[in-house]
Design a binder for this molecule. Structure first.
Ligand SMILES: [Zn+2]
Length: 359
């Protein structure tokens, strides 16, 4: 019990969804709300607590987490919060930063203020030229990223999107130039495609969005002075998170990649883009499991389709629905040569992130 930290209460000036207000709690010098308040505001249902673990709501609108942990699940999709869940007065707390920058845009993307209707996707195949990126047993990052981007471009064009690429061949493009290139397009989103490298045990998918102002990058050892600067991409914090959610959900649901979560960083390309942007780390070329998958044409085609499906889902989530959700499963079955009757093989449980939420 750390009720001593409950220094004062105030009501946030947000429009309540169901007659509920926000009550801010000051805890360790930071603003928090209780998960009970979150449940009430969004009408999610009961808050169930077993020891340190907590589950809010049920069915397709479930939040899950644990005291002291930054791993937080919204409808089975993993988010790495900027601050771990805290506890005060016997209640679990989520930071105001994570409420406004993660939970709100994921649960109610249709309420993101100023979100553009999109018709354009800027694809950014990572690395190129003298910069090979990570090197796996069967290939190099710069070739895989270009291959996935070219495949995604084709699918997106087939579905009515305009597509631009920061590079279309094996050339080096400075990071700042990639962002500058993307920023000339309006009604557009930016998807940077990378593959990862790490220790022998590291594997799985990560999707990065720009860290909000004041939040440490998860790629740094601790807080830095640069955490305090407002980056150009911060004007799209909410859209960035909704796009990350759509992208991560599509790939996690339709690949054999371990879910490492949606994370925060200040990589140059997502820092400098002024359109909604994400950076996908589509598995570790240093991992035997991941590198074998990434080397498979079928997997890269599937990943490309997931990127296209995410663009479509994002477009539908933030604006009026103009096109049906892409049927990822049927395409995947064809690509990997399975007959529909044979089932989908190993498939992660559907995160079922329902981006559009009835209020
Ligand atoms: Zn890379």
């Amino acid at each position: 019990m750390r009720t001593a930290f409950l220094l004062f209460l105030l009501v946030v000036g947000l429009v309540p969804a169901r007659g509920a207000d926000w009550t801010l709690l000051k805890h360790d010098g930071r603003d928090y709300v209780t998960l009970d308040n979150v449940a009430e505001f969004y009408g999610l249902g009961p808050v169930r607590r077993v020891s340190n673990a907590v589950v809010v709501g049920g069915g397709p609108r479930t939040l899950r987490g644990a005291r002291g942990s930054a791993e937080f699940y919204i409808n089975n999709l993993k988010f790495i919060l900027s601050y771990p869940l805290a506890e005060a007065g016997g209640k679990l707390l989520v930071s105001r930063m994570d409420l406004t920058k993660v939970i709100e845009p994921v649960i109610r993307p249709d309420r993101i203020r100023g979100a553009d209707h999109i018709d354009t996707v800027v694809l950014d195949p990572g690395h190129g030229g003298h910069d090979a990126g990570a090197v796996g047993q069967w290939g190099r990052e710069k070739e895989y990223t270009l291959d996935v981007a070219c495949r995604a471009r084709q699918i997106l064009i087939q579905h009515g999107f305009k597509v631009h690429m920061t590079r279309i061949d094996d050339r080096f493009v400075p990071l700042e130039d990639r962002a500058k290139f993307a920023n000339q397009f309006s009604h557009a989103i930016f998807v940077s495609i990378h593959f990862n490298s790490g220790g022998p045990a590291a594997s799985g998918l990560e999707v990065y969005t720009l860290a909000p102002q004041g939040v440490p990058s998860m790629m740094s050892d601790g807080p830095r002075i640069t955490d305090l600067q407002l980056c150009r991409g911060n004007s799209r914090d909410s859209e960035n998170m909704a796009l990350a959610c759509a992208t991560h959900a599509a790939i996690v649901a339709h690949s054999q990649m371990y879910d490492r979560g949606i994370k925060r960083a200040r990589f140059v390309v997502i820092r400098d883009v002024t359109i909604p942007g994400v950076l996908v780390e589509g598995g570790f070329l240093s991992s035997a499991h991941d590198s074998r998958l990434i080397a498979s044409t079928a997997h890269r085609q599937n990943m490309a389709f997931c990127i296209a499906a995410a663009a479509q889902n994002y477009r539908n989530a933030v604006g009026p629905q103009t096109a049906p959700v892409l049927a990822v499963d049927s395409v995947r079955l064809r690509e990997i040569g399975e007959s529909p009757e044979s089932g989908v093989g190993k498939k992660n449980s559907e995160p079922a992130v329902v981006l559009r939420t009835a209020n």
